[in-house]
Design a protein around this ligand. Sequence first.
Ligand SMILES: O=C(O)CCC(=O)C(=O)O
Ligand SMILES: [Fe+2]
Length: 271
Amino acid sequence: MRHETNASTSIPQVDRRAGITLREFRKDYLYTGKPVVITGAIESWPARSRWTLEYFRTRYADTKMTICRLGGDRYQPSDTEVTTLSTFIERVRTNSFETYPYYVRDDWQIFLTHKELLSDYEVPKYFFDWFAFLPGFMRLMYPRIFIGPKGAITPLHLDIWGTHAWLAQLVGRKRWILFPPDQKEFLYDCNVQPQNPDLERFPLFRKTRPLECTIGPGDLIFVPGGWAHEVISLDATISITHNYMGPGCFTPSLVGAVRQQILGRLRRRPS
Ligand SMILES: O=C(O)CCC(=O)C(=O)O
Ligand SMILES: [Fe+2]
């Protein structure tokens, strides 16, 4: 069987492209809605050499971070703690996720408190964001940083509002497994665990034909909207990410942004 157990050797790899032009990116990946790993695209970022675990541990030692605990299969919004970066990074360096199941996930606060970090990177030329045309209050918060121990998991999910995403890897390696949008019905609302699928409960998972890749420092991954993905850190890791709106995800992203505004207003309305 081709990938009865999803053994990593049998899964086709996401394309890796070096020095790809904007035109090639659009033609081969953006307009076709295919993931790609772009290499060599963030070499000019100060973050590329500056952002190490040691840098965050010493320079931002007292900065308070919200850390998320994986309990069971999911991160529960209530299952968070606040700790300093020096404490967190010390634990990340000396533990794996088995002994320390905490992950800094989707954190944008650090970029508000330490705005200088924003000059350490720039949005690569491939990712023009149509949210820029919307008023600020309708946009997503970004950038967002991920810092975690070896083994940290982001369970299978779809990104918010069907947006596209890019993620740049700065420290350590991450293994990704990605499922095309037309295979959504085989994923049981993302309740299946691709590494260890319960095929009795989720028999249709056998039909999936995912792609996988491992990204390391300097790699940039493009994840088109609608591709469910699971991400596992193979080392202690640092990544930065943006979600964005572009060709192929305009409608769901705009609907998501507008719906959030409406819900927000309803919630704020005095009853
Ligand atoms: O790097 C990770 O752990 C997950 C990144 C991701 O999928 C996301 O930000 O939506
Ligand atoms: Fe994601």
